[in-house]
Design a protein around this ligand. Structure first.
Ligand code: GTP
Ligand code: MG
Length: 148
């Protein structure tokens, strides 16, 4: 089954949104495969956001994402990469639809509460950056026959 990497950013942790965000993906029917509260190092931040190295806001992005703990997660389910991005809403919270996470909880693009992988390639890369294989669990849940 498809997996994606999602992360509550430092603003979401500070604003007590971890439970709310986990709740949304659980209730959707996705399965949590791994999770940890962690402090991102500069090295990991620069690697994770490597595609944005040349952007003017790169320094700001790295200092923000390392400014406090993040809640890193691996979620599993059919089409979870695209569906999680839809549930997150547009990058700029002011453009994100109401009912999405960024639409409901954010105001500025630099503090937009959550990160999610944008493709199968980035999901694989980001899961590998943040998690050891042993920390991603494969298990069955009794609700799956009521979801699929
Ligand atoms: P992520 O899931 O965090 O990767 O967001 P995204 O895929 O919706 O957007 P993208 O990868 O293009 O940008 C990565 C992050 O950079 C965004 O989530 C924003 O927090 C941040 N960002 C994007 N544009 C700006 C900007 O103009 N200024 C600042 N400060 N941050 C920006
Ligand atoms: Mg991105």
């Amino acid at each position: 089954m498809e997996k994606t990497f999602l992360m509550v950013k430092p603003d979401g942790v500070q604003r007590n949104l971890v439970g709310e965000i986990v709740n949304r993906f659980e209730r959707k029917g996705f399965k949590l495969a791994g999770a940890k509260l962690m402090q991102i190092t500069d090295e990991l931040a620069e690697n994770h956001y490597g595609e944005h190295k040349e952007r003017p806001f790169f320094g700001e992005l790295v200092s923000f994402i390392t400014s406090g703990p993040v809640f890193a997660m691996v979620w599993e389910g059919e089409n979870v990469i695209t569906t999680a991005r839809d549930m997150m809403g547009k990058t700029n919270p002011l453009e994100a639809a109401a009912g999405t996470i960024r639409g409901d909880y954010g105001i500025t693009v630099g503090k937009n509460v959550i990160h999610g992988s944008d493709s199968p390639e980035s999901a694989e890369r980001e899961i590998g950056l943040f998690f050891n294989e042993n920390d991603i669990l494969s298990y069955s849940k009794q609700d799956s026959e009521w979801i699929y």
